[in-house]
Write a protein that binds this ligand. Structure first.
Ligand code: F6R
Length: 360
């Protein structure tokens, strides 16, 4: 049941310190990544990694793909429903990773079948043991988030992103062209603190008060660059899904190529930062929106210049930039939740949506 919470969504958001600890458990050994079913050497013959997914899982896949790219491997992240029209060449040296919480999403299953027909090796990253994706793929890795009841994916997104980050380090160590992150040790060490940092965000978040302030705007924009871009897209999807208000996520640099025409004092802009070099682009573009009257809310670590110019701030603890984006996302989950609550929406079961989409 929902226990002390009014909604499953809030329960699941608050469960993240525990679900993330489960995701990580036993998977970091002696400063290296260990996956039970995939020992070192498992990815020796892979030269390209394709991610296929839908919706929120696609945003987690974007997160994973950026880390794969940084590790020196060729990678593509494809919307499962557009697989045929967007996939590059596939052969037996391609690893296709299906990112699907339920393991039953028809578009995702279909994309994996198409890739494996071309000889690709398949791996399911899923929450559900025995799901179709897990059974059909050559290998499966479980994100161990525990059951998620709310239609809006929250804790499964966080566990997917962490699992993919770990998997990336495993693959990069195997593949000859791979270059595991220089600061891998630091990054893995910081990961062990992630559940604690999520706890801090949950305890200190000002999202509820902020949701009250921004309510009644015309549209809500979410921007970011690099890993922050995928978080911005996820923030906007969650917001529209449960508030029924219009929200869009953009790559920060794209704002000036069209969307800026919509920006007024009635379009708050949530600018996601991770504490990395990529934040400067987000800042420049946030200032452009601000000079057209838009209120700017910085979402990310304190120690960055975006915070100085922003009108408001949803703060996350200082950590490795790879994990800071996930903390920013927790703030955005809370923002959507409290905005939807204020509007009295049926948060756990938004209209027209189903938890698992088994039609194409
Ligand atoms: C949004 C949401 C959906 C799912 C998408 C894929 O909150 O939950 O966008 O992420 O339908 O579902 P799975 O991960 O089960 O393949």
């Amino acid at each position: 049941g929902k226990g002390e919470y009014d909604h499953y969504m809030l329960k699941e958001i608050n469960n993240q310190p525990t679900s993330l600890a489960n995701t990580i458990e036993g998977r970091i050994k002696d400063g290296d990544v260990a996956f039970e079913s995939l020992p070192p050497g498992s990815f020796d013959d892979i030269d390209t990694v394709q991610f296929v997914a839908c919706g929120t899982s696609y945003h987690a896949a974007m997160y994973g793909a950026q880390l794969v790219r940084e590790a020196g491997l060729r990678t593509e992240v494809l919307r499962a429903s557009e697989y045929e029209s967007t996939s590059g060449p596939v052969d037996e040296n391609t690893l296709v990773i299906a990112v699907t919480q339920s393991g039953e999403t028809a578009d995702t299953l279909d994309a994996v079948r198409k890739a494996t027909e071309c000889g690709a090796r398949s791996l399911a990253v899923t929450n559900v043991v025995g799901s179709t994706a897990a059974r059909e793929a050559d290998d499966a890795i479980y994100i161990r988030a525990g059951p998620e009841v709310g239609v809006a994916a929250t804790k499964t997104y966080s566990s997917q992103a962490v699992t993919l980050a770990l998997l990336t380090q495993r693959i990069a160590a195997d593949v000859p062209e791979g270059t595991p992150a220089d600061d891998r040790g630091e990054m893995l060490e910081a990961l062990e603190d992630l559940p604690k940092h999520v706890e801090t965000v949950l305890e200190t978040s000002r999202a509820e008060a902020l949701a009250r302030d921004v309510f009644g705007s015309k549209s809500y924009f979410f921007i970011g660059h690099g890993l922050g871009h995928s978080v911005a897209l996820e923030g906007a999807l969650k917001f529209k899904e449960i508030t029924y208000e219009h929200a869009e996520g953009f790559a920060a640099g794209e704002l000036k190529h069209g969307p800026l025409a919509l920006v007024t004092e009635e379009t708050p802009v949530f600018a996601v930062s991770t504490g990395s070099d990529s934040d400067s682009k987000t800042k420049t573009n946030a200032i452009e929106a601000q000079s057209r009257g838009a209120p700017i809310v910085a979402v990310g670590p304190d120690d960055q210049s975006l915070v100085d110019v922003a009108d408001d701030h949803l703060s996350v603890p200082d950590t490795h930039p790879v994990w800071a984006g996930l903390l920013a996302n927790v703030q955005l989950q809370l923002l959507s939740y409290y905005a939807a609550r204020q509007l009295d929406r049926p948060i756990d079961k938004p209209r027209n949506l189903a938890k698992s989409v088994t039609v194409e």
